[in-house]
Design a protein around this ligand. Structure first.
Ligand SMILES: [Zn+2]
Ligand SMILES: [Zn+2]
Length: 150
């Protein structure tokens, strides 16, 4: 009985130690690149070395265009470069078309169509059609047809 108690106690201690260790593993978000890093040590290593923005060994972002070997440490510089890169290929017609389509504000267009349809006085049109049909002198026409001698 004493042995079992000891085992249970050891288990409880081990479990709580693990829980404490787990809870103590702090999670950091790098203020420079936004990466989430677990552990203070790892976070410091990230800041000093591996962070792509401020780390000394940070991975460089390379220009994707053929013939250009420009490298950048920040996304901002990289984005800026892509706009002006000398090696940037001329956009193809397909690119232009997709850019054009991407530029269309479908929500706005849809809004306009809805406004247009909403502006049509369907009830008024229907009333006019009904009025027109109602104005036709059907009995007169029938009389006339009936009076035609075949
Ligand atoms: Zn970072
Ligand atoms: Zn480039």
């Amino acid at each position: 009985m004493k042995k079992l108690t000891a085992i249970v106690l050891a288990l409880v201690i081990a479990l709580s130690a693990a829980t404490v260790a787990f809870a103590a593993t702090s999670v950091y978000t790098c203020p420079a690149c936004g990466d989430v890093i677990e552990g203070e040590k790892e976070f410091n290593t990230h800041l000093e070395k591996t962070c792509p923005v401020v780390g000394s060994e940070g991975k460089y972002k390379e220009c994707p265009y053929d013939g250009c070997d420009a490298k950048f440490k920040s996304q901002e510089e990289y984005d800026k470069h892509l706009e002006i890169c000398f090696y940037k290929p001329e956009p193809t017609i397909a690119d232009k078309v997709s850019d054009f389509i991407a530029g269309i504000d479908f929500k706005e267009v849809f809004g306009k169509v809805t406004d247009f349809l909403g502006g049509i006085d369907f009830a008024g049109i229907l009333a006019k059609v009904v009025g027109f049909i109602g104005g036709i002198d059907f009995s007169g026409i029938i009389d006339k047809i009936g009076s035609i001698e075949l």
